[in-house]
Design a protein around this ligand. Structure first.
Ligand SMILES: [Zn+2]
Length: 459
């Protein structure tokens, strides 16, 4: 192709790399990608790297596989589960524990429930991981700080704890307590730093689209009034199930939501409502008393003429890290600007939906724990398995703990039985005693969606 003056593109290089890899020549497959002359609109993709990477992994040429992964990173090619499973396996087979840790962390970021093939790789690693005392001993306060900063569910500090690993298959109860080891699973939020970036990006977009002075004024106001636990998208609540032909707005629905939030938190939420709606409500004496009560209690922010209140409630909820009551799926164009996977994660943790079945309000709070790979402050791991939850059965997890963990104690009573493949136990256990203090302590988030204030590590 080069000789004929035609530049090879990504597709043709991938095809040749596949042929090279099929003959076991990973080096050639990798050279092809490395020597690729940039062709506009045809950059290397995951599939271009795949032949070299899988070839090296299969032949246990770990360092070469890592080199391919690093090359992908430099070219902005995102990893997928199959690639990470291969990297995990080659790291595991060659005993590179730091690499296994690094790839488990990468897997945690991109995958929710792992596929069967990946779970086998993970189980094999922990079953063979011998404990030669190299694990780091860390101050619990430092670990908790790291977990808190990261948004919960992982610390990223390395393998911690002592002793042989025990891999069990089991489930967790409705509140997120593991029925194998008794640990409380976390609600995984976005890390502090990322939240700040997210809030700034929302503000940036809003300032471009809204009247700058109005939105800046709101930002300043929020800076001084940041004590809310929940934000209410009042238009969404008031117009729910109303007849649009009549322009109906249900103050009683809005009142029910506000009251419910007040009862739960002992605090007023922030109601965000457009000024034209507020003006209309003030004209009606029975509605006026609600508006006045909310105003008196600092619970109402009236968005100005010409504004899109979506920007206001969204910014407030993100900035204050609190709950957002709305049934809006947030799929409009304005939300598309925010990037999908990140925003999905945020919604899962912060959005409260509601129903008015037969006129009775029901709030649907965010789940008390997240179904994602989790690393605990004790160093144990919990890995949700794909395709294992259905109407009839609960989500299955791998529970991976260490025998030497200080608090794997007799507090727990487990019924063990061999699983089908006989490699590890499956547990249908339950805790007899619930008074394990280290477990309740490990919960760093509250049901309000707002993180608890950090307390000193050492009282
Ligand atoms: Zn467990």
């Amino acid at each position: 192709m080069v000789g004929s003056g035609i530049k090879p593109n990504e597709a043709s290089i991938t095809a040749v790399a596949r042929l090279a890899a099929a003959t076991g020549d990973g080096d050639r497959a990798f050279d092809l990608v490395k020597n690729m002359v940039p062709v506009p609109n045809s950059p290397p993709r995951l599939r271009t790297y795949g032949p070299a990477l899988f070839c090296f992994c299969e032949k246990l040429e770990a360092e070469k596989a890592f080199e391919v992964e690093e090359h992908m990173g430099r070219n902005g090619v995102a990893l997928e589960e199959a690639v990470l499973a291969a990297l995990l396996e080659v790291s595991s087979e060659t005993g590179k524990r730091d690499r296994v840790y690094e790839y488990l962390q990468k897997l945690r970021k991109i995958v929710r429930c792992v596929r069967e093939e990946t779970s086998v790789v993970i189980r094999n690693w922990f079953n063979r991981f011998d404990c030669d005392g190299m694990e780091i001993e860390l101050d619990l306060g430092l670990i908790r700080d790291a977990i808190d900063r990261n948004g919960g569910g992982w610390h990223g500090l390395g393998w911690i704890g002592k002793g042989k690993w025990v891999v069990e298959k089991g489930s967790v109860d409705v509140d997120g307590k593991c029925l194998c080891c008794g640990e409380q699973l976390a609600c995984v939020d976005i890390a502090d730093e990322e939240i700040e970036v997210f809030a700034r990006s929302i503000a940036g977009l809003a300032l471009d689209r809204e009247v700058k002075a109005n939105f800046s004024e709101f930002q300043d106001w929020l800076e001084k009034n940041g004590h809310y636990e929940a934000i209410v998208d009042a238009a969404n609540v008031g117009l729910c199930q109303q007849s649009f032909a009549e322009g109906g707005f249900s103050v009683s629905q809005l009142h029910a939501v506000v009251k419910e939030l007040y009862d739960r938190h002992g605090k007023w939420p922030l109601i965000v409502l457009h000024n034209k709606r507020v003006r209309a409500l003030l004209e009606n004496a029975s509605h006026r008393k609600f508006i006045e009560e909310w105003k008196e209690n600092g619970a109402l922010y009236t968005t100005p003429h010409g504004s899109n209140d979506d920007w206001y409630w969204l910014y407030a909820a993100v900035k204050l890290r609190c709950l957002l009551v709305t049934n809006d799926e947030m799929r409009d164009h304005i939300f598309e600007l925010l990037g999908s996977s990140f925003f999905l994660k945020w919604k899962e943790r912060h959005q409260v939906k509601y129903t008015f079945a037969k006129g009775t309000l029901k709030l649907q709070m965010p789940a008390p724990f997240s179904v994602v790979i989790q690393e605990s402050e004790k160093g144990s791991w919990h890995v949700p398995l794909a395709g294992s939850d259905s109407e009839e059965s609960a989500q299955t997890w791998l529970c991976i703990t260490r025998t030497g963990s200080a608090d794997k104690t007799s507090n727990q009573s487990l019924t063990m039985e061999a699983s089908d493949n006989g490699h590890e136990s499956s547990c249908k256990g339950h805790q007899q005693s619930l008074d394990a203090p280290e477990i309740s302590d490990s919960k760093t988030t509250t049901l309000t969606g707002k993180r608890k204030d950090r307390s000193p590590s050492h009282p």
